[in-house]
Design a protein around this ligand. Sequence first.
Ligand code: ADP
Ligand code: MG
Length: 406
Amino acid sequence: MTTKESIESLISLCKIEANRSILNLLSKFEIKRNGTGFILVAPNSEFKRWAEKFLLKGVSNPNIRIVERRQQEEKKEEERIYSSGVCSRYTFENFVVGSSNKIVYQVAREVSENPGKLYNPLVIYGRVGVGKTHILHAIGNNSLDLGYRVVYKSINDFSDELIRMLRQNNLDGFREKYKEVDVLLIDDIQFLKNKERTQLELFNVFNKLHMLGKQIVLTSDRHPKELTDLSDRLINRFTAGLIMELDIDMETKRNIVIRKLEEHNIRPTKDIVDYILERTEDNVRSVEGAIARLKVYGMEDLESDKEEGISFDRIKRIVANFYGLNPEDLEKGSRKKKIADARHICMYISKKLMGDVSLIQIGRAFGLKDHTSVIHAINKVEQRKKKDRKFCYSLSVIENRIKSSN
Ligand code: ADP
Ligand code: MG
């Protein structure tokens, strides 16, 4: 059906008198047939409103759907993101570049523009919160824009998908899907530990794609050689391309703080920037937690910090801030490991720093019915302190923060 015919049948369906100006207005719409009805794609909201008023006379008609072009594009965007797993929020444009992450940024950009041609696999490793996941999605977005087929998966999602497909007896479907990919982005390969089946299948997918000259990008919290729990042949594959460490230096961190404050519509005065720099770990998650807190409590909190005594609220706030969580999260008995760990730390610190507070009172502050769970939490922290030097250090940083402004 030509556009002219579409317009004519639309006019007769709506029972309206057509004149030149109406025909002219209708020609601005993209008109699609939808079974026996129509979809009119309006160039903007004004045209959409006009059509609703004039064609539908304000009454909805199941045969005529009027949508705005932007909405359609958003839908396409949604579909694209849904199927690729790539998050459009993380791009190269909003990644702050400084001396510590410049090279990784450049390499990632080049790889996203020439997948499979330069470094394969590309492995990016580094501490928590330095931007590994962000850069992985940025690669995804850029490659998607250039028309490549991209799949982003965290190891846990990759593993869940595999298990689901195995249950459905559809391993072939799983393999088929990954064979079609131009750029495979796998986040947090350290979580392959103890996932033998996932290791095996990733090995197969990896080999297939590598052979076909398709790009693979992996992230890890440590150098792949240190992933000693994985099979040697997998480590050999991971170390066969380019391995780069991502980190954040002070100057980059300062620029990130400024950028993030601006994104939250907070003016980045020197006082605020310094305040955040002083009170956060060298990772961006911690910065984001501090900014969120600043937004909630405002500048007054900067002053009140100095006078406040040690209270459960203060402990929750500082622990939450340190781990990039919401203080309210710590009040709920979440089973998420990160939250559970932070709650244990809060209880341990409450016992240690709050003098004569009882275990029952601590339990109550964290929504627990009795004190045995508090004992359990404190024991857990004590056990971990014996084994984990980094954890001891984190704990002492937190304790100092809690004590320091009294
Ligand atoms: P990782 O995966 O290394 O733990 P993420 O990529 O999740 O870290 O980063 C944590 C948060 O910090 C994200 O919101 C991310 O957008 C932000 N972030 C990290 N690095 C940068 C950067 N260089 N510029 C802007 N935002 C950043
Ligand atoms: Mg990550």
